[in-house]
Design a protein around this ligand. Sequence first.
Ligand code: 5GP
Length: 114
Amino acid sequence: MTLFEKIIAREIPAQIIYEDEWACAFHDISPQAPIHVLIVPKKAIPRVGEAVAEDQSQLGALLLTAGKVASQLGVNERSTGFRLVINNGVNAGETVPHLHVHLLAGRSLDWPPG
Ligand code: 5GP
């Protein structure tokens, strides 16, 4: 099982704030912004570059979940906003090989990212 599968199975504790049949969202253990939530598919796709055609619904569900979670956290407005990040592979800084979307919010975020 991946680390995130263990969190979804409640084998490892996490602050879970949303869950449905497709995805689970919980606060990152090492937040990089006042709000830093990970949105994780229930299917353990290693990374977005390894997703296949049959994952289309799962991938769509991830973005829909991101919007729902942003609303739940009160940042789904143009005047506030949020950033979604997917790290794919070593150069991008991926550390957990289970696809996840970072939702960052609560402060002004630099662009371009480092
Ligand atoms: P990546 O670097 O793969 O894009 O993101 C992995 C994220 O998982 C990191 O932001 C890291 O802080 C977070 N993380 C690693 N271990 C744990 C954990 O045990 N619990 C939680 N909630 N987040 C974790």
